[in-house]
Design a protein around this ligand. Structure first.
Ligand code: NIG
Ligand code: FE
Length: 409
């Protein structure tokens, strides 16, 4: 049981919603509703009880914190991470500085297969301990809910191991965790001349074992040239639905091959990456509930185009931002940096970037009932900033730590 707490004299309380919307799309994204000179009351069951302007502050005899010159805003919801992995891949980083591309490195045995090799050698305890440290870092940087993918096992035992570690983290985590099975992340070497056997392994062995232990919430496929085809993704997503795993997929990172259209037909909750988009890809979103998730830290790190999110918002879509934290293409767990990048390199306004990284992130994890905004009845899950001049100061002061405290119910 937490204790009721009153926060007063808040310079501005941001990210307020009132019983809807569940997600913000297009022009709605420029409104990140706020009250200046505000108070916020958290109840003893860890939910937001009430808030308002200082003229209406209630009598309260419990603990009180004055937030003079500070902002309060909802925690980030990081809807796309590969948090659990063994070791790092800075050797590939140096290779890229010397001129090799991410794809060239992957084709010569580095990349995802390199991480899979390391993960299969690691113990569950080591994976758990290192991932727990990363989770704590994420929370200290303002993340209040997170998704974690498998995909570095790529064997029955390896995938079960990484998913069990994710479930162990979930059982002790102070923030909600959603878990995604990504068996189709890359084709292991031993299946090079027999793709179908690996697909069969996913469909007939991995999926039933995962379902039997209820180890995942979602299913993912890396649908991309040199990884998995659209047809392979469709078979895997159909099988996932039979086990109640909803799709959240990697599409259009390097090439546009029809993955968005197909994932939308398969009722994907989200389609993630989207660096390479053509007109038909945009049109596919019409009349769909699938959420587009952009991952700017990956574009920044491996120097690929940024997803055209300015265009997506102008097109009316509910753009979402996530970190894509992983050891190969985005060793960055910082959502404040992701929000800065979205403003600096993708043309989002600060308000749009915060909506994308909070409320829309919650929708991309189906957590919007309890997370993603400051709303009466939602969990108390928010960031108190250091004294700052305005909301725009936050993405502007990139690489500076503007977070004073993260409050998790
Ligand atoms: O989202 N694109 C596929 N998967 C990861 C990268 C994984 C890796 O390089 O280890 C991503 O960028
Ligand atoms: Fe990813």
């Amino acid at each position: 049981m937490s204790q009721a707490h009153l926060y007063t004299h808040i310079k501005s309380l941001y990210g307020i919603t009132n019983n809807l919307p569940k997600v913000k799309a297009g022009s709605e994204m420029k409104d990140f509703e706020h009250i200046n000179h505000a108070w916020l009351l958290v109840s003893d069951n860890g939910t937001i009880e009430d808030f308002g302007p200082m003229q209406t502050v209630p009598e309260f005899s419990g603990p009180t914190t004055a937030c003079i010159e500070k902002l309060i805003l909802p925690c980030f919801v990081d809807s796309h991470t590969h948090l659990i992995h063994a070791g790092s891949r800075e050797n590939e980083f140096v290779d890229r500085i010397k001129g090799r591309s991410y794809e060239q490195i992957a084709q010569s045995g580095g990349g995802i297969l390199n991480s899979a090799h390391k993960l299969n050698l690691a113990t569950e305890d080591t994976l758990f301990e290192t991932a727990y440290e990363r989770l704590c870092t994420a929370i200290s940087l303002g993340t209040g809910a997170i998704e974690i993918k498998s995909g570095y096992g790529l064997s029955l035992e390896g995938e079960l191991k990484i998913l069990r570690v994710a479930n162990r983290l979930k059982s002790i985590s102070p923030i909600p965790i959603k878990i995604t099975f990504l068996g189709a992340h890359a084709l292991p070497f031993e299946y090079k001349n027999n793709r179908e056997h690996y697909i069969q392994l996913i469909l007939n062995e991995m999926l039933p074992a995962i379902a039997a232990e209820s180890l995942a919430d979602y299913i993912d496929v890396f649908c991309e040239t040199n990884y998995f085809t659209v047809m392979e993704m469709e078979r895997i997503l159909d099988a996932g639905w039979k086990h109640n795993l909803k799709p959240k997929v990697h599409v259009n990172q390097f090439t546009s091959i029809g993955g968005i259209q197909s994932a939308i037909t398969k009722k994907a909750i989200s389609v993630d990456h989207l660096e390479i988009m053509n007109t038909a890809d945009f049109e596919a979103f019409k009349n769909s509930d699938t959420i587009p998730v952009a991952l700017p830290a990956c574009s920044f790190f491996i120097k690929i185009p940024y997803a055209p999110v300015r265009k997506m918002i102008d097109y009316g879509l509910p753009v979402t931002l996530a970190s894509d934290y992983n050891p190969g293409s985005s060793p960055c767990i910082s959502m404040p940096f992701v929000v800065s990048l979205a403003c600096i390199s993708m043309g989002l306004l600060p308000e749009e970037a915060f909506n994308a990284a909070t409320l829309n992130g919650a929708a991309a994890l189906e957590l919007q009932k309890d997370y993603g905004s400051i709303e009466r009845g939602k969990r108390s899950n928010f960031i108190i900033t250091k004294p700052v001049s305005s909301l725009a100061y936050l993405p502007y002061s990139f690489a500076e730590n503007w977070i004073e405290r993260v409050v998790i119910s």
